[in-house]
Design a protein around this ligand. Structure first.
Ligand code: 5AD
Ligand code: SF4
Length: 480
């Protein structure tokens, strides 16, 4: 689906100085794009390729907002006049995929000299990646990082004015620049950043190094943006942060607010019908938050609660600040208070020093917590993190452990999914079914996919659907 909505595409009246500066660059950039347009005899095209998480997806919407504002047409193909790769570096395979795309796109650029290529996102915050690109991927025109994405219009102008590769990477920032254009992928649902960065320093994780220190957006700015979205037809929002449960730290005294309070405020925005959030760190999930979810129908029945490991030894080495027992007690508390909630998780296998017995503990937690789904990853060594210098587990140990964990995860998820069979649930319709165009596809409050007979006019609307058959991860139903 292509972007169809542009948010805040005009300069808002109370915009900050930096926002005004960037709008001035957008004007300048518009003139450059007009020139290009005359040369090409058509509107130039832009393609943003996103790797990684929901945060990156939201950042890509910001890039597209500016690209559309300055006159580009969005396309899905990398055979475009301007291609931007918004990168991820959480695991090594994400890096490798980017290098693969850069190799591919260099072939296209050889035939199309006016083409521009940019790189941004988490991977660009790593010096080693920059050095490799400077050396081996000379066809890249612009590189920027996670902290200065708000400067995209300015950087675009610099790129057009220069023949050389432009590199602008900031180590960190405390700046949050509001009110820049955003082009949403969906007209009826949207992510919203509530905070940036992470202070947890889990020992395997590169995120705190590439996304910087934790900083929360002012609640007034968040609510203002959500009110705008609601007026613009958005019904479902997802509040985004690396650890939403620590929202609010560092806000001015007068704006102090916890995540539970923010969630309650967000639910008061009338036309917003469903509120999701991502991600919760188990060490900070408060009883107050559980109460807000339990008492508020608008909050989605879904908590993503990354376990990472079920072994106390490994959790300690990971710097996670909880134990197998306290994690299970938390899951129990959530399920007792919110019985219809889905709990999903992330698990890493093959962390340094992990033994078969540690993985037995992880499997035990999966069985007891009855996760509705789990994303399982093989540990990937990230240079610069503490765990990178520890004794690594060979693949001959991690791979069989990964396989046996995956088997239990799939069995548990399948059992869990079927618990709603025969019930009627509210589904937000997102698309026509890819395989069968007589069906539409939507999501229940707990994020489970449902396919049922229907037509395109249902997209973006809620429907009450009877869940007739469970097929592992999804349901086939019919509208009531
Ligand atoms: N190796 C493997 N998985 C990782 N994750 C984060 N860092 C790594 C790593 N170095 C996983 C965690 C996190 C998810 C987003 O990615 O499970 O929750
Ligand atoms: Fe990485 Fe841990 Fe922060 Fe999540 S909480 S982003 S796993 S450091």
């Amino acid at each position: 689906m292509s972007s169809n909505e542009v948010l805040h595409s005009e300069l808002s009246q109370n915009a900050s100085e930096e926002t005004k500066r960037q709008f001035a660059f957008m004007e300048k950039a518009t003139a450059y794009v007009e020139e290009l347009s005359k040369e090409l005899g058509r509107k130039p095209t832009a393609c943003v390729v996103t790797f990684g998480c929901q945060m990156n997806a939201r950042d890509s919407e910001k890039l597209l907002g500016i690209l559309k504002k300055i006159g580009y047409e969005e396309v899905e193909s990398e055979d475009a006049d301007f291609v931007i790769y918004n990168t991820c570096t959480v695991r090594d395979n994400a890096d490798q995929r980017v290098y693969g795309r850069l190799g591919y796109v260099s072939g296209i650029k050889k035939k199309k000299p006016h083409m521009k290529i940019a790189l941004c996102g988490c991977m660009m915050q790593e010096q080693s990646a920059i050095e490799k690109i400077q050396k081996s991927y000379r066809h890249v025109d612009l590189i920027f990082g996670t902290h200065n994405i708000f400067k995209f219009a300015e950087l675009y102008c610099t790129m057009i004015e220069s023949e050389r590769m432009i590199i602008d990477i900031w180590k960190d920032t405390d700046q949050i620049v509001e009110d820049l254009p955003i082009a949403r992928k969906y007209s009826f649902k949207s992510g919203i950043n509530i905070m940036f960065g992470c202070n947890n320093f889990c020992t395997y994780c590169i995120v705190p190094y590439v996304r910087g220190r934790e900083r929360s957006r002012n609640p007034k700015d968040i609510i203002r943006e959500i009110e705008y979205l609601a007026e613009d037809g958005v019904k479902e929002i997802m509040l985004l942060g690396q650890n939403v449960n620590s929202y609010g730290k560092g806000l001015p005294e007068s704006d102090q607010m916890s995540f539970a309070q923010l969630l309650e405020e967000v639910c008061k925005v009338e036309k917003i019908e469903r509120v999701r959030f991502m991600t919760s760190h188990p060490k900070d999930l408060s009883d107050g938050l559980i109460e807000v979810i339990a008492n508020n129908e608008k909050v989605a029945r879904h908590i993503h609660l990354p376990l990472q490991s079920g072994s106390d030894e490994i959790l300690k080495k990971m710097n996670r600040h909880y134990t197998k027992e306290s994690f299970l007690a938390l899951v129990d508390k959530i399920r007792t208070r919110i019985p219809d909630v889905s709990i999903t998780t992330d698990i890493i296998v093959g962390f340094p020093y992990e033994t078969d017995a540690d993985v037995d503990d992880t499997i035990d937690v999966v069985k007891k917590a009855k996760f509705d789904n789990a994303f399982t990853f093989i540990y990937s060594k990230r240079t610069g993190t503490p765990a990178a210098s520890w004794e690594q587990v060979p693949e001959s140990v991690s791979k069989p452990n990964f396989d046996r964990l995956l088997k239990v995860v799939q069995e548990t998820a399948k059992e869990q999914a079927s618990r709603f069979t025969g019930q009627t649930h509210r589904v937000l319709v997102e698309d026509i079914n890819e395989q069968d165009s007589s069906l539409v596809t939507g999501r229940m409050s707990n994020n489970t996919l449902v396919h049922f007979p229907g037509s395109a006019d249902l997209i973006g609307n809620f429907a009450d659907v009877s869940l007739d058959e469970c097929h592992g991860f999804y349901y086939i139903g019919h509208m009531i």
